[in-house]
Write a protein that binds this ligand. Structure first.
Ligand code: ADP
Ligand code: ZN
Length: 519
């Protein structure tokens, strides 16, 4: 069986050898075992089920949430001479019946289906009348309701195990945090599946995170180092995507926008240009990227905090798939932290979910504010111990200075407390700095004992302190009002002097840009 798996790899797919854990997965699945495969994007998950589907009797059924991706995969497979097809809402009635006929006559090696289609009684009935080689559940993290790609239908896929207990199943994902992994096992009844966990390290990506003070200028400076290269710039909102793409285009960069608010033909056109042409910069919301397999993306830039550290890893993971040096660059600010903190507080979710969301935000902020090796921290969140430091993230290249900010932190926390935990950082900073603004005077906050106790630091330094206190979970932004700050359970130890606070010394402009090879 080994030899024939390798034969197929070479003769059908044209690759000389398996990568990483591919061979082990292929063997396990071919022999009828269930598998859970955690492999980073670009790691080569598809072959893990495509080859076993060819080795085993019957049709391999692949569940995929992405219509565009199905078409690409099927086209590529057909080109390689594999009998592949897909069933989704993009097909007409006639075409669907033809695919169903092929399935029932056993002509297909691989059939890609959307989850909602797979789950219909009609389709499940058809599967019972044919031979199924295996079930592959791609993007398996879609079962996780904590994730951002949650698909309710994915939760019903456990039915496959009940109706086809003898058919091996393989679930694949690039989202590897332990919580999601557990949820996949639980929701898809994969308790007996063997887990294949690949390293998520992307050694060719250099990670850099900075504070945003002038996004345009910072981005243009960053892009200077990437002229004529392909890359992706992620923004949080559609509007920011449009604005950014526009001014970049005006500045002579081949920039194109991509977000869900654009009509489908425009999106398809922009995506095609990004994939086919050299040096296109895609300015996009997170709507862009899933399933994009472009090897020579040289950078991924984030102008806002991503939604989560998993999201960040996936998005940055689109850079450097060709193993050549690439950069993951991000800038963010206090407003991002406040917005995200507020979004969580305001959401209608259950408390448990809010807690998870808050933890996710905290681990993202811990990454952003990190003073140690970023790669070590990033991989640590995926449960991987990286023998760092890596030597080429920003913190490794230029270790950030920290300072003992216990006293300023105490001042900040007590100013929040004394003013009633009803104000945002702007007003609290005015109090600390002893600014007699209309609002301060109107609220009699110039009579507070904390008024003016922080005059030794300027506004920018204070903003940095507040951002880092939020990041450290020593403050939280309230749901109501505009970024209203309150103390947390952890604040007390700082106020009572039992916990020192060390903060990054970053009130000054962003440190060191990428080392230039020339000059
Ligand atoms: P994933 O689904 O994990 O993101 P893919 O299955 O799309 O990754 O594979 C990513 C790229 O790597 C594809 O271009 C694929 O053809 C290539 N690839 C996969 N396995 C091998 C291999 N053993 N040797 C060479 N290239 C491979
Ligand atoms: Zn490092």
């Amino acid at each position: 069986m080994n030899a024939s798996a390798l034969d197929l790899l070479q003769s059908v797919f044209g690759y000389p050898s398996f990568r990483g854990q591919q061979q082990a997965v292929v063997e396990h699945l071919s022999e009828g075992g269930d598998a859970l495969v955690l492999m980073p994007t670009g790691g080569g998950k598809s072959l893990c089920y495509q080859i076993p589907a060819l080795l085993r009797q019957g049709t391999g059924i692949v569940v995929s949430p992405l219509i565009a991706l199905m078409q690409d995969q099927v086209d590529a497979l057909r080109e390689a001479g594999v009998a592949a097809a897909y069933l989704n809402s993009s097909l007409g009635g006639e075409e669907q019946r033809e695919v169903e006929r092929q399935l029932l006559t056993g002509e297909l090696n691989l059939l890609y289906v959307a989850p909602e289609r797979l789950l219909t009684q009609r389709f499940l009935g058809q599967l019972e009348r044919t031979e199924v080689a295996l079930f592959a559940i791609d993007e398996a993290h879609c079962v996780s309701q904590w994730g951002h790609d949650f698909r309710p239908e994915y939760r019903e896929l456990a039915i496959l195990h009940q109706r086809f207990p003898q058919v091996p199943r393989i679930a694949l994902t690039a989202t590897a945090d332990p919580r999601t992994r557990e949820e996949i096992v639980e929701r898809l009844s994969l308790h007996n599946a063997r887990q294949f966990v690949s390293s998520f390290d992307r050694p060719n990506i250099g990670y850099r995170v900075g504070l945003r003070h002038n996004a345009k200028r910072q981005l243009s400076e960053f892009l200077q180092g990437h002229q004529g290269e392909s890359g992706i710039v992620y923004c949080l909102s559609r509007r920011k995507v449009d604005d950014t793409a526009e001014w970049l285009a005006e500045a002579g960069v081949e920039a194109l926008p991509y977000h869900a608010g654009l009509d489908a033909p425009t999106r398809a056109k922009n995506q095609k240009r990004f994939l086919r042409e050299d040096g296109v910069v895609m300015v996009a919301t997170v709507a862009f990227g899933m399933g994009i397999d472009k090897p020579d993306v040289r950078f991924v830039a984030h102008l806002d905090l991503p939604r989560s550290i998993e999201g960040y890893y996936q998005e940055t993971g689109r850079a450097g798939r060709d193993s050549l040096p690439a950069e993951a660059w991000m800038i963010y600010g206090l407003s991002d932290v406040v917005t995200m903190s507020q979004m969580i507080a305001q959401s209608e979710s259950a408390d448990e979910r809010k807690r998870v969301e808050r933890q996710k935000l905290e681990s993202l902020l811990a990454y952003a504010e990190a003073t140690g090796c970023r790669r070590e921290l990033l991989l640590g969140t995926f449960g991987e111990i990286y023998p760092g430091p890596c030597g080429h993230c920003d913190n490794c290249i230029a270790p950030p200075k920290t300072w003992d900010a216990t006293v300023p932190a105490q001042k900040a926390l007590s100013a929040v407390y004394r003013s009633g935990q009803r104000f945002g950082s702007g007003h609290v900073i005015d109090i600390l700095r002893g600014e007699e603004t209309e609002r301060v005077l109107g609220l009699h906050h110039h009579r507070l004992s904390t008024f003016g106790i922080g005059a030794e630091m300027d506004e920018k330094q204070w903003r940095s302190v507040f951002r880092q206190l939020l990041a450290a979970g020593l403050l939280e932004a309230d749901a109501e009002g505009f970024g209203t700050l309150r103390l947390t359970a952890a604040s007390r130890a700082v106020l009572s002097g039992n916990q020192p606070v060390k903060l990054r010394e970053d009130a000054r402009p962003e440190r060191g840009s990428r080392p230039r090879r020339d000059s």
